[in-house]
Write a protein that binds this ligand. Structure first.
Ligand SMILES: Cc1cc2nc3c(=O)[nH]c(=O)nc-3n(C[C@H](O)[C@H](O)[C@H](O)COP(=O)(O)OP(=O)(O)OC[C@H]3O[C@@H](n4cnc5c(N)ncnc54)[C@H](O)[C@@H]3O)c2cc1C
Ligand code: FES
Length: 255
């Protein structure tokens, strides 16, 4: 069930010049949170930032009773979140949206581009807890953009591409050798990242008859299905990403 609560800041640390992890401590026992779900964060007392900002839930620690977000600084909202410290609290609506469907079989590939890796850590953890050993392919512009490798290595085999070739294979994620083989070994793909990347992966999956789920990050305003600004076209009609997503099976998307 959806909750609206004030959380204390547990930790806030930079990963690189534009990305940070915000860890929040819940005021009461956390409900079960499923991979792919997101939260809407309210930045208090900011004159220019009145709408809540949506972020995927990156990690959950039920022992510490904390949830974490992997956030890239874009504008005023994310800049303000980066400045929060232990003296601050923040209002959170969570857990929102649907979640990834866990597969029954092994041979699972996760593909994350940029901040698209955010929902994939909790997914990796859930897969591992279900005795599935995923492979994750992470793409970025250069080695400084490839983050959280040690965290992912707890649950996955990690493959990397960088556009400048400073880490892993050189090129875009979609150019990684894993996609070039005749016998693509994976039966299911989960992906999140820039729309063009997800579309290319979706196209590959459709062509090769592979199950594929994407987590969409359409721009949101209200976050509860009223303003329709987050709508995506599907074969079952227009769907709000905020209430009926963010996770969609590629076979239903009109991309
Ligand atoms: C379901 C979902 C999950 C997301 N998860 C993450 C995540 O884990 N990590 C992360 O860094 N970012 C994530 N985003 C994107 C993040 O919400 C935006 O980068 C952030 O809202 C920008 O706010 P801002 O005030 O800094 O920027 P501004 O440009 O000032 O934002 C202005 C408005 O546009 C909206 N907006 C701007 N960019 C985006 C965007 N790319 N997607 C959606 N709304 C946007 C904001 O919500 C706000 O209403 C997610 C978006 C969605 C929809
Ligand atoms: S954000 Fe308003 S309907 Fe989805």
């Amino acid at each position: 069930m959806k909750k609206i609560q004030d959380f204390n800041i547990y930790a806030n640390h930079r990963l690189n010049y534009e990305t940070f992890i915000l860890e929040l401590k819940a005021p009461e026992k956390l409900p079960e949170i499923f991979p792919g779900q997101f939260a809407q964060l309210k930045i208090n007392n900011h004159p220019q930032v009145f709408l809540r900002r949506p972020f995927s839930i990156h990690n959950v620690d039920y022992e510490k009773n904390t949830i974490s977000f992997f956030i890239k600084i874009i504008g005023e909202g994310t800049r303000s979140l980066q400045k929060l410290n232990k003296k601050n609290s923040i209002n959170v609506i969570y857990p929102l949206g649907n979640s990834f469907n866990l597969p029954k079989q092994n041979n699972v590939l996760l593909v994350g581009g940029g901040t698209g890796v955010a929902p994939l850590l909790l997914l990796s953890k859930s897969l591992k807890n279900n005795n599935i050993s995923p492979v994750i392919l992470i793409g970025g512009r250069s080695r400084n953009d490839i983050l959280q490798i040690k965290e992912f290595e707890k649950y996955c085999k990690v493959l990397i591409t960088t556009e400048d070739g400073t880490l892993g294979e050189k090129g875009l994620v979609t150019q990684h050798s894993v996609f070039q083989t005749d016998k693509f070994p994976f039966k299911k793909i989960y992906t999140c990242g820039p729309e063009l990347m997800m579309k290319a992966i979706g196209k590959f999956a459709k062509k090769n008859n592979i199950e594929c789920e994407v987590s969409l990050e359409n721009t949101m305003a209200c976050g509860f299905g009223a303003c329709l600004c987050c709508v995506v076209e599907t074969s079952k009609g227009n769907k709000c990403v905020c209430t009926e997503g963010p996770v969609f099976n590629i076979k239903y998307l009109k991309w």
